[in-house]
Design a protein around this ligand. Structure first.
Ligand code: NAP
Length: 460
């Protein structure tokens, strides 16, 4: 069954959903296309009325949305509430700022006048992951709907109720039929949606494998696309770092969302002088986390999203060990119902170990000790990914220099406070292309049209 709600903290199956048949899919695409023809004519103020209302409604129903995410993918309830509030903030941010971001821009040609204007392009297809079941949707809905496009979305198979709740939110806010459509569809149907002539752009957030497949199809069909893919972010600790501060961020950076965050800290690269002290404090802090019901606010370690995600992670750890890595803590599932993984630290992961280039999507940290700053940067850059990263030092100028030399789309100095509606989010290399959020996030699927006006005589 492609779309099923299973509570990962106890394995209980909650609900199943039938995927759309081809006729239902066709009807939804046709409705979306019809909606586009009127939505594109609306003023920013008219669009903002609906998106702004969605933001307010979401903020007023934080608990309801949060409980659903916790139920379906195991996010700890406090984190789920934070995600819902942030998703509402993103919708509100674009309702408020879209017109300014897309305002015509005057140019200065040698003769006459010209400007660039931004217009919507049509129905955009989004493919989204389960790890932030609302935030990922808000990141596309806020900007692209405010730009005058309409959205059809394929959400991940394990969060159908979150997907339906978000669609209902837009409806409750007054969205016309077809403005935002949740599609419960198979990968095969999704391929056909990418190729469908009514679809004018494709936004995917997910794994590298999904990105390769959907980006290739989008390319074949000459559709613009944005790809927000995986990461294996470096967490660099220099010898002048504030150790206590760095360890707190290390724990949060690896363990937030049970470690299932694209830009989580995944490779801990610590300069020799601090390496032993960092490792022992990091280990102690991870060991203090207590597995429990993610609905309980006191729980500090939640389950992974699904049983299959847990099995995949355990297999990856086994492969890393077969390739020469040492497990210095964890490495196993926790002996209790639900898909709980013990916080794990791997050392001795050498470049010839396949794990060296892997993304561990869960509470597994790779620890590396290096001799100095240059070695830390070289190791950070020796990755197929290039999403984010962080550096800890008490010398901010040094932090900025290191940040500039690390090859990623985002760098954080003395924090890994990844997201803010205002800050562009995205990566390079296998982490994908394009940026979501901020003023850049609204530019992905608009026609940047040049208009020149000058009383020029045609050349003879
Ligand atoms: P995933 O397996 O790639 O799934 C993501 C979405 O893509 C789901 O809706 C999935 O649908 C769909 N999908 C997968 N293969 C597809 C295909 N061949 N054709 C059409 N749709 C396809 O990734 P995930 O395991 O859910 O999410 C974790 C990954 O996402 C990690 O690598 C993480 O780093 C990355 N991520 C990146 C960002 C970012 O902003 N850069 C943010 C969050 C997550 P089904 O569920 O039906 O398979």
């Amino acid at each position: 069954m492609a779309y099923s709600s299973v509570n990962p903290s106890n394995g209980e199956r909650i609900k199943q959903f039938e995927p759309l048949n081809d006729q239902q899919l066709e009807d939804k695409l046709a409705t979306a296309q019809r909606c586009y023809l009127t939505w594109k004519q609306k003023t920013y103020t008219e669009r903002a009325l609906i998106i702004g209302t969605a933001a307010e409604l979401m903020a007023s129903r934080v608990d309801e949305f949060a409980r659903l995410a916790t139920l379906e993918m195991g996010k700890r309830i406090n984190e789920a509430r934070g995600e819902v509030q942030f998703s509402a903030d993103i919708l509100g941010y674009y309702a408020k700022n879209a017109e300014r971001f897309l305002a015509p821009k005057e140019l200065n040609p040698q003769i006459g006048d010209a400007h660039m204007e931004s217009s919507p392009i049509g129905v955009i297809f989004g493919v989204e992951p389960w790890n932030f079941p609302y935030y990922q949707l808000a990141r596309v809905a806020g900007p692209h709907l405010m730009a005058g496009n309409v959205l059809v979305i394929k959400h991940a198979g394990c969060v159908p109720q979150c997907a339906i709740a978000f669609e209902q939110l837009l409806t409750d806010a007054g969205a016309p039929p077809g403005l935002y459509t949740n599609l419960l569809i198979s990968h095969e149907q999704s391929n056909r949606v990418v190729a469908d002539a009514r679809i004018k752009g494709v936004a995917l957030t997910g794994s590298v494998a999904a990105g390769r497949s959907i980006a290739a199809l989008a390319g074949q069909n000459l559709k613009p696309s944005s790809m927000e893919l995986g990461g294996s972010d470096a967490f660099i600790v220099l010898e002048d770092a504030d150790l206590e501060h760095a360890v707190k961020w290390a724990v949060w950076g690896r363990m937030y969302n049970a470690g299932q965050t694209c830009c989580a800290a995944k490779r801990f690269i610590v300069v020799e002088q601090l390496a032993d002290a960092f490792l022992s404090k990091f280990k102690a802090a991870l060991a203090a986390l207590k597995a429990g019901d993610p609905m309980d606010e006191k729980t500090t370690l939640g389950p992974l999203s699904t049983e299959s995600a847990l099995l995949q992670l355990l297999e990856q750890v086994d492969r890393a060990v077969a390739g020469g890595a040492q497990v210095i803590m964890g490495g196993k599932r926790i002996d209790r119902p639900g898909s709980f993984m013990a916080p794990t630290i791997l050392t001795d992961v050498k470049p010839d170990n396949p794990a060296f280039r892997d993304e561990f999507f869960g509470p597994v940290a790779m620890f590396f000790r290096v001799k100095d700053e240059d070695a830390a940067i070289a190791l950070a850059n020796d990755s197929d990914f290039g999403l984010g990263g962080s550096v800890f030092t008490q010398d901010i100028l040094r932090g900025r220099r290191v940040a500039s030399r690390v090859e990623t789309g985002m760098m954080f100095i003395n924090n890994i406070s990844w997201s803010d509606a205002e800050l562009p989010f995205g990566g390079i290399k296998d982490s994908g292309y394009g940026r979501e959020l901020g003023s850049m996030g609204i530019q992905a699927f608009v026609n940047k049209k040049l208009v020149r006006y000058a009383a020029l005589e045609a050349p003879v």
